[in-house]
Write a protein that binds this ligand. Structure first.
Ligand code: UD1
Ligand code: MG
Length: 456
């Protein structure tokens, strides 16, 4: 019989007080986006998914924007301000009120290290349940320069030495500190309070918790993660590197789940893109946040989708743009140079080419010809266009909203429809054609005779 271990409570503290001056940006570093979501939101999502019951976020002074983003991602997050930048342990102590409340585990994350997976946070917590006082997250660095080194005697971790404080022999160590750490909740405050600032930078280093724990005979463990998962961001070059790593991870996940990508390197996904089984994505497709594509649908080349749903078997693109609120029904077709915004397109409906469909409900099996435009905006308000089931809108028609085309109705090509069209009716709203037989011949003859008689 297996015994279930009692559930351990967990406090996650996310450090988001970074200045980020090397980003050269008016936006705080941790609010820069990776795969369509801020780095801060990535870090918060991971600690939440790893089972944190409480989340504390430490922000820099005056950073109401970072605090608001934290609360948006985790509504009950407790936000603390580190008023002076005196080191990672000092930053953590800004969240003293959160640390003072009981938790079995305390996990520390950095908001500028957005690729850590929930599973890694869970692995980081695990040794605490076996009695560890401190758990560090290590990685084998291709180039360890600049990182704190994880110093071991045998299997035991004895210290983390910051690069600038390290002796020559210690610098040769390649196992580095990723920065993230787990602390026993019972010990956390007292360990942090014992940390001093006698080092090359004069900062309160969180990493000193390791030596202090050792001195108190508390076991220290080290969990190792792949280097590309612990990448941090200090400038825009590193931001792009992290984006690339995350894109590779997302694409691989999608392909392993049954998605075909002809040229994965040219497909850009969002953190929340949902792609069903047997979906095909052609080259050069961009997914903004909030897109779901259901089984068997095809997204053709050079399409851009954001906040949209594409139902099973539908076909989108090439060169299509689905904006927020586009809801494309099963087996519907949205063809080239078609833009859809806040519109439901019914099952089997066709918008094959060159259309704008915004604020609309298009019924099942309706057909909108090339150049159909919903005139949804009067400069002040947006209005709704309804096209009924099986209706046929001829090419180059403007549907001036609010307007309804009844089920099964026809709209003649080139119409400007300003009044509702009843079911199964034909609406013609264009200039009547006038045809003058022989006119062109008479016209040309007149011109030519004037030329030969020397007229100008
Ligand atoms: C830190 C680690 C180092 C590790 C490296 C990994 C310490 C002392 N060192 O060094 O062992 O190899 O990360 O990237 O922890 N922060 C605050 N307030 C502060 C200072 C820092 O919020 O007063 C935040 C920063 O915004 C950043 C994180 O803590 O997100 C780490 O600080 P940083 O100065 O980048 O530390 P490193 O020198 O990189
Ligand atoms: Mg750093």
């Amino acid at each position: 019989m297996t015994e279930t271990a009692p559930r351990r409570t967990c406090l996650a503290v996310v450090l988001a007080a970074g200045e980020g001056t090397r980003m050269r940006s008016d936006t705080p570093k941790v609010l820069h986006r990776v795969a369509g979501r801020s780095m801060l939101a990535h870090a918060l999502a991971a600690v939440r998914a790893a089972g944190a019951d409480r989340v504390a976020v430490v922000v820099g002074p005056g950073r109401e924007d970072v605090a608001a983003a934290a609360r948006e991602a985790v509504p009950d997050a407790a936000v603390f301000v580190q008023s002076e930048r005196l080191g990672t342990a000092h930053a953590l102590l800004a969240a003293r009120a959160a640390l003072a409340e009981p938790a079995d585990d305390v996990v520390v994350a950095y908001a500028d290290t957005p690729l850590i997976e929930a599973e890694t946070f869970a692995r980081l917590r695990a040794p605490l349940a076996e009695g560890a006082g401190v758990v560090v997250l290590g990685f084998e660095a291709a180039d360890p320069a600049g990182y704190g080194r994880v110093l071991r005697e045998g299997e035991a971790v004895v210290a983390i030495r910051e690069d600038r404080d390290a002796a020559e022999a210690e610098r040769a160590v390649t196992l580095c500190n990723a920065g993230l750490m787990a602390l026993s909740g019972k010990q956390a405050l007292s360990l942090l309070e014992a940390i001093g600032n006698a080092n090359a930078k004069g900062e309160y280093y969180l990493t000193d918790a390791v030596e202090i724990a050792r001195a108190r005979d508390l076991p220290v463990a080290c969990v190792v993660a792949p280097e590309d998962e612990v990448q941090g961001v200090n400038d825009r070059v590193q931001l792009a590197t992290v984006e690339r790593t995350l894109q590779e991870r997302l694409r691989e996940r999608a392909m392993r789940a049954g998605v075909t990508m002809i040229d994965p390197d040219s497909v850009f996904l969002s953190h929340d893109t949902v792609l069903g089984r047997d979906v095909t994505i052609e080259p050069n497709v961009v997914f903004g946040p909030g897109v779901a594509v259901e089984a068997g649908a095809t997204i053709h080349a050079f399409s851009h989708l954001e906040g949209a749903r594409v139902a099973a078997g539908a076909s989108v693109g090439p060169f299509a743009r689905l904006r927020p609120g586009a809801d494309i029904g099963a087996s519907a077709k949205v063809g080239n140079f078609v833009e859809v915004k806040k519109a439901r397109v019914g099952a089997g409906a066709k918008l094959p080419h060159l259309a704008y469909v915004g604020d609309a409900e298009i019924g099942p099996r309706a057909n909108l010809g090339a150049g159909t435009i919903t005139c949804n905006y009067d400069g002040f308000d947006k209005h709704l266009t309804r096209v009924g089931e099986g209706a046929f809108v001829g090419s180059n028609s403007s549907l001036v909203a609010p307007v309804t085309i009844g089920a099964g109705a026809y709209v003649g090509s080139g119409s400007v429809v300003t009044q509702d069209v009843p079911e199964n009716a034909l609406a013609l709203a264009r200039g009547r054609q006038e045809t003058k037989p022989g006119w062109a011949t008479r016209f040309r003859d007149g011109k030519r005779s004037r030329q030969t008689s020397g007229g100008t």
